[in-house]
Design a protein around this ligand. Structure first.
Ligand code: 16G
Ligand code: ZN
Length: 535
């Protein structure tokens, strides 16, 4: 590798000095103006990562998801479509913060040496970006860094985040028994639509679904998918709204999954009518929130917890019907933000184990891998269902003892194709929800009445130094500052069915306080008291 070539390329894409950059839960994410040099350096890390993994393709996704339009971000996808291995996050941080071009290359070479990476071997990187215009400059920086390191590079241009994860896995499994799918965007649509038809097994979806696409990449991509879908066959009528990607400034503006979840209301425009079934995607289409307007009670949200309970109950029923009782371990993974009522429903009503992990998809994904079928969702709507190779094999090879068993096995097998196995995927999850509602013949009201959420409140607290707040027990308790947790416990004890925790945000310079209790006013009061304790 040519040291001078890397330095020359780096000079074209310098970082903005005087800042500390950190590879966080969503990679590097900040104002797009600050990201050109960061993206160049992420390219260098990807060049090392692919070589460390014997030339397997590494993905680079450029997106800031639900953040405002002026932001952007960059993150690395590992060969099977999962998040970058944790140990490498620190290498990314070190590379990006190198104080000069020379020190950057020194660190790059030293890292290759320490990790025993042969820089003369070949490497491969693929990239995708959301609809933010700033993505174009960032992709150029990435391309230059891959050229300077002689790394083969394919730019898949505009994609949803889950599509980039899908493609990465497809490339690395092509021609093997675990081949994930055709290596193309249309391969993704064809796989989903075929699996959607198979999962329904002749049942029909009833009523129409309006999809708010946050004016992001999910809009055009969902429209592409729908070109291959016949509403006559499945019964599913989709209305796509907020799919304007020509005015970048309206991305995530008063719409999208994050808006709906945090504001606990429907987008103001267009306005859902009573009885309507709606869902919202976020800016890169990896989060999904459902809602409907109950003609009597108004807006009702079905968030990640509801999607998890729906999926877990359906899949557990299917595996019983398939005669797989006790053969496959099914579990649900949540974070501390999951509503206590959902956890209770899963453990007591569905009789399934629940594992709680720290916030961030990589933690949930990892925990889900320890089950044969691991259902993981964050309350914010990011999640998926992972099927182990044993589970998939069982669905295919088990001899059905009755037509009902065959039905269940075929549906399970189709679901494993329908549900994105690499990462939470709003479009795939949406089709899954539609399949389940069709099989259960459930209306939104049926789904909404499975359990009653505990009233809850989330408060953002500005603190001097958020790093002082350290947690244990999957973020449910503060270990530092010393004594802070005792104070929180004291407050919690004063309320019925209450729970509260505080943690440092991984994406913003602030702390977050969550509280839930038996009544709305108690939840609010508790959240405010804990916020005062933390401040
Ligand atoms: C990131 C995470 C998301 C998490 C959120 C929490 C990924 C891909 N994304 O967006 O899962 O819910 O951070 O943000 O892992 P916070 O730490 O600011 O509360
Ligand atoms: Zn997202």
């Amino acid at each position: 590798m040519d040291r001078e070539a890397i330095i020359a390329a780096s000079k074209k894409h310098d970082i903005v000095p005087g800042r500390v950059y950190k590879y966080g839960t969503a990679g590097f994410r900040m104002s797009a103006d600050l990201l050109e040099g960061v993206t160049f350096r992420v390219g260098l890390l990807a060049a090392l990562r692919t070589r460390k993994l014997n030339g397997q393709a590494i993905g680079v996704m450029i997106t800031a998801s639900h953040n405002p339009a002026a932001d952007n971000g960059v993150k690395i996808v590992d060969p099977m479509g999962d998040m970058l291995e944790q140990e490498w996050e620190a290498y990314a941080t070190n590379l990006v913060n190198a104080p000069s071009h020379e020190e950057l290359v020194d660190y790059f070479i030293r890292l290759a040496d320490t990790l025993k990476i042969d820089l003369t071997s070949s490497g491969k990187v693929i990239a995708g970006r959301d609809t933010r215009p700033s993505g174009i400059t960032l992709v150029t920086a990435l391309a230059d860094s891959l050229a300077a390191t002689n790394t083969t590079y394919t730019d898949y241009k505009i994609l949803t985040t889950p599509q980039l994860h899908y493609l990465t896995r497809c490339i690395n499994t092509a021609g093997t028994p675990g081949a994930y799918g055709e290596v193309s965007e249309s391969g993704y649509y064809d796989k989903l639509i075929a699996a959607f038809y198979r999962s329904l097994r002749g049942r029909k979806v009833s009523g129409s679904l309006t999809v708010d696409c946050a004016n992001g990449v999910g809009g055009p991509k969902l429209n592409e998918l729908l070109k291959r879908h016949d509403p006559q066959t499945t019964g599913l009528q989709v209305k796509v709204v907020n799919d304007d990607v020509l005015r970048p400034e309206i991305l995530n503006l008063d719409c999208g999954a994050d808006f709906v979840k945090t504001r606990q209301r429907a987008p103001p425009n267009p306005k859902p009518a009573p009885g309507d079934r709606w869902c919202s995607l976020d800016g890169d289409a990896d989060r999904l929130i459902y809602y409907w307007i109950d003609p009597e009670k108004g807006f009702f949200m079905l968030d990640g917890d509801r999607i998890a309970t729906l999926a877990a109950s359906f899949i557990a029923d299917l595996s019983r019907s398939a005669g797989l009782n006790g053969q496959l371990r099914i579990g649900v993974i949540q974070t501390a933000y999951a509503n206590g009522a959902s956890t209770k429903y899963i453990e007591q009503h569905l009789q399934l184990p629940v594992v709680c992990t720290p916030t961030g998809v990589k933690h949930l994904h990892h925990a889900a891998c320890s089950f044969d079928i691991g259902v993981y969702f964050e309350a914010n709507g990011h999640g998926t269902v992972l099927f182990s190779p044993t589970a998939v094999q069982t669905f295919k090879t088990k001899e059905p003892q009755s037509p009902a068993q065959k039905d269940a096995l075929d549906i399970l097998s189709a679901l494993a194709d329908l549900i994105n196995q690499t990462v939470g995927d709003a479009i795939s999850d949406m089709l899954m929800v539609e399949v389940i509602l069709a099989h259960k013949a459930w209306t939104m009201k049926d789904w909404a009445s499975t359990y009653q959420d505990l009233p809850n409140r989330l408060v953002r607290v500005e603190v001097g130094n958020k790093d002082l707040f350290q947690t244990t027990d999957a973020e449910r308790k503060l270990s530092h500052p010393i004594g802070c947790q005792d104070e929180i416990d004291k407050e919690v004890k004063k309320y019925t069915n209450a729970r509260s925790f505080a943690r440092a945000s991984g994406t913003e310079n602030a702390c977050r306080v969550y509280a839930e209790a038996a009544t709305r006013s108690e939840a609010d009061e508790l959240a405010n008291k804990v916020a005062v304790t933390v401040k």
